[in-house]
Design a protein around this ligand. Sequence first.
Ligand code: GLN
Length: 305
Amino acid sequence: MDLAELLEEIAREVRPYFGKGRVASYIPALRRVPATKFGMAVSMVDGREFTVGDVDEKFSIQSISKLLTLMLAMSIRGDEVWRRVGKEPSGTPFNSLVQLEYEKGVPRNPFINAGALVVLDCVMARTGKETTQVILDYARVLSRDFSVDYNAKVAASELRAAHRNAAIANLLRCHKTIRHDPGDLLSAYCHQCSLEMSCSDLARTFLPLANAGVSPILEEAVLTDRQARRINALMMTCGMYDSVGSFAFRVGLPAKSGVGGGIVAVVPRQCCIAVWSPELDRSGNSLVGTAALELFVRMTKMSIL
Ligand code: GLN
């Protein structure tokens, strides 16, 4: 099977889906992204890379950053993370407050906003350097792209619009699930959401999850085998907002999405796939991106199910 040709075919087949979703509109910078952008990159564990479309264009990774900070937190804090955040799907929107209050300030999982704030608190606790710089360095090293950066405008407008996330951070502090100042945490969180990376960057960055924790690019373990498996399990059960079940039904791969229209999916022992298309479905996942992954799995039979 020629993966390069297959990606070209997928790019052709998803065209009818454009116009069926809606670009995120809660901040101006995201609203302005052209809706018809499409890129797909596949990084194989043997080092080969296949791409189609706008794969080198950087976009706002948004909630995909939760995957990055979870890897970082687990690599520096180990199992401590699991004493402060759960491992169950939430079944509620990613920024829900109700469940957090009900469950005494322990977030259901690391991929809802409350969980991501706790994960970030774990990263903050151990590092002397500015947390935002530590996260940026980690993204640059894993992607092998030293031009990866935050978008200061996006971070600032995220922060201005972060009333609900501020409430979540304060509630977490009330319950003592976080140790740092909720304001500092919120600012770092808005920065992590504003990270801009391309599909090629993302497929390289998360390739260790397909390779038992080892980065074939750096030729070193960034996670243990067990940690990588655990992260994949969490992506499978909690990575796609509250439509994780229908995503598993259609695609059947561990994946994490962001409202910038990116999705990262992992095929254990084979490859990491990153796809980007800004129009979102009703759950906040890339509509065309999901369709592209569904086609990829159907054509390659690279499913874990
Ligand atoms: N930055 C936004 C928030 O935290 C959206 C993150 C996401 O991709 N769901 O509310």
